[in-house]
Ligand binder design. Structure first.
Ligand code: 13P
Length: 253
C-alpha cells in the first residue's frame, strides 16, 4: 500500500488554441469531478492559463505552466516570471527534455528555476531523463542522478517536500515506446529515490512524488502506476484527448 497520493499531470506542450483549450477543459471537468484519490493537473501553454484558471476554478483539477524564467522581472523579452505565473497556476514544469534539447536548458538553469518557483509558492515538476544513446551506453543512473542532484541542489527539506520529480526517458517521449514498468520503477526506486533520501532525509525523500512520463496511455497506465515507486505520470500526447486523459487518471486509482 503506497502512502504517497498519486499525481497525473497533463503536459499539453505547444498545442491548443484558446477555443480548443476551452473545449478540452470543459470535457475534462465533468468526467473527473468525482476523483479525489489522485491529484490532477493540466499544464497548458501560457496563452491558455487564463482560460484554464477560469474553467477549473472550484474543481479538483489544478493548473500548471510549462516553463518560467528565474528572474523576478526585467528586460527578458519573451519570458515569464514566477510572480506572473502564480496569478494563474499552482504548478510549473521545469527542465523538460524538450527544453533541455532545443532551448538550452541546463542543470544550472533548472536549479535557478526551481528556487524561483518555490519562493513564490509554485510547485515545480522537475523533469529528468536520459537519451537513447545514454541509455544504450549504460549511463542512465549517472545522467539521471546528476540531473536530480544538480537540479535540486541547495534546497532545504521544507522546499524539497514541495517538489515533484518526473522521470521521462527521452527515448520514450512521443515515440510510442514506453519503458516497461520494471525498467521505469528501477530508475525511480534505485536511482532517484535513494538520492532524494540522501539529500533531504528519509522522511522527506520517501514522501516526494516521482512521476513517470513517456508514451503513457490508458492501456499501460495502471501497470506503470502500480509499481512501488511510480507515483503517477506526466502525460504528453494522451493529455490532449478527454477520453485518453481520463483513462490514464483512472489508472492511478
Ligand atoms: P508523451 O506522453 O507524448 O510521450 O510525452 C511525454 C512527455 O514529454 C510529458 O512531459
Amino acid at each position: 500500500m503506497k502512502t504517497r497520493r498519486p499525481i497525473v499531470a497533463g503536459n499539453w506542450k505547444m498545442n491548443k488554441t484558446l477555443a480548443e483549450a476551452g473545449e478540452l477543459l470543459e470535457g475534462l471537468v465533468p468526467e473527473l469531478k468525482d476523483v479525489d484519490s489522485v491529484g490532477i493537473i493540466v499544464c497548458t501553454p501560457y496563452t491558455n492559463l487564463a482560460v484554464a484558471k477560469e474553467k477549473l476554478a472550484g474543481t479538483n483539477i489544478k493548473v500548471g505552466a510549462q516553463n518560467l524564467h528565474w528572474e523576478k522581472s526585467g528586460a527578458f523579452t519573451g519570458e515569464v516570471s514566477a510572480d506572473m505565473l502564480k496569478d494563474f497556476c499552482e504548478y510549473v514544469i521545469i527542465g523538460h527534455s524538450e527544453r533541455r534539447a532545443m532551448f538550452g536548458e541546463t542543470d544550472e538553469t533548472v536549479n535557478k528555476k526551481v528556487f524561483a518557483s518555490l519562493e513564490v509558492g509554485l510547485m515545480p515538476i522537475v523533469c529528468v531523463g536520459e537519451t537513447l544513446e545514454e541509455n544504450e551506453a549504460g549511463q542512465t543512473a549517472e545522467v539521471v542522478g546528476r540531473m536530480v542532484r544538480e537540479g535540486l541542489k541547495g534546497l532545504d527539506q521544507e522546499k524539497a517536500a514541495r517538489v515533484v520529480v518526473a522521470y521521462e526517458p527521452v527515448w520514450a517521449i512521443g515515440t510510442g515506446k514506453t519503458a516497461t514498468p520494471e525498467q521505469a520503477n528501477d530508475v525511480h526506486k534505485n536511482v532517484i529515490r535513494p538520492i532524494l533520501r540522501e539529500m533531504f532525509g528519509e522522511a522527506v525523500g520517501d514522501g516526494m512524488r516521482i512521476l513517470y512520463g513517456g508514451s503513457v496511455k490508458p492501456g499501460n497506465a495502471k501497470e506503470l502506476f502500480g509499481m512501488s515507486d511510480i507515483d503517477g505520470g506526466l502525460i504528453g500526447g494522451a493529455s490532449l484527448k478527454v477520453a485518453d486523459f481520463v483513462g490514464i487518471v483512472e489508472g492511478a486509482f
